[in-house]
Design a protein around this ligand. Structure first.
Ligand SMILES: [Zn+2]
Length: 258
């Protein structure tokens, strides 16, 4: 039944349109994170991007401006984390919503001490739900493009959440390839997460933002964006975490070149 639905879904999906050399070159020039890819990786990413653009509906909200090239820039960074995994990791959701800048989300806040639930409005630069849309602030995407090795990348952060949610609840453990034991991942990330929490509580400098101390899934998303943006920085601060991220995202690669 599932495979029948899937075949039907595949048949209904628009055919990917090949991306011209000119458009691809412009995206590689604009996005420094794509520049270290070798020719076969770049070609595979280009094919993934064509599928992403065919699969996902891009929606500009609140006056955001979206051009074909901006959509391709988003697609390229969204596909980068799954380049060595499988495009299917990006299946099961259908929209990319783009705001011009930070956006506000209404959320319920549960006070653990009083049990009182209040409605709060949070400002966000990105958001991802299981089976739901990817929501992004264009201004923050532009910041990441202008300062690509800062350790931040909002698109990769949200895609890391999407990967994490693929195997049940978000818990900081994405689907792992054979040869990467779940127990090893869990132990290494738990230790690093606790060390980060302790550093934040003590007011010490830490590689990742204080937000990463909120939960194991936030820690994983922050670590993943930092690793793609600046792998050497993560390797220096958290070598065991960096090595696991390399084995997940770049299997078979020399650790020195991440
Ligand atoms: Zn997050």
């Amino acid at each position: 039944m599932f495979s029948l639905l899937r075949r039907l879904g595949d048949a209904l999906r628009p055919r990917p349109e090949p991306i011209s050399d000119e458009r691809w070159q412009a995206v590689v020039t604009a996005c420094a994170l794509l520049q270290p890819l070798d020719a076969p990786q770049s070609q595979r990413l280009r094919e993934f991007c064509a599928r992403f653009l065919a699969d996902k509906q891009f929606v500009a909200l609140a006056g955001a401006e979206l051009s074909a090239q901006r959509c391709l820039l988003i697609a390229a960074q969204a596909c980068l984390p799954v380049l060595e995994l499988d495009y299917d990791y990006l299946r099961g959701w259908y929209q990319v919503l783009v705001y011009p800048d930070e956006f506000h989300m209404r959320n319920e806040h549960h006070d653990e001490e009083t049990g009182v639930v209040t409605d709060v409005e949070d400002s966000r630069i990105g958001e991802a739900w299981d089976y739901g849309p990817l929501v992004l602030s264009w201004a923050d995407i532009e910041h990441d493009l202008a300062d690509p090795h800062s350790g931040y990348n909002v698109i990769i952060h949200e895609i890391a959440h999407k990967l994490d949610m693929r195997c049940g609840a978000a818990n900081g453990i994405p689907p792992l390839p054979p040869g990467l034991p779940r127990s090893e991942w869990k132990r290494t990330f738990q230790q690093a997460y606790e060390a980060h929490q302790a550093a934040v509580d003590a007011g010490e400098e830490a590689l990742l933002d204080a937000d990463a101390a909120e939960s194991p899934d936030e820690f994983f998303a922050h670590a993943a964006e930092a690793w793609f943006s600046n792998p050497a920085l993560v390797a220096a601060a958290m070598p065991a975490v960096a090595e696991l991220l390399r084995r997940l995202f770049r299997p078979g690669r020399d650790p020195a070149s991440a």
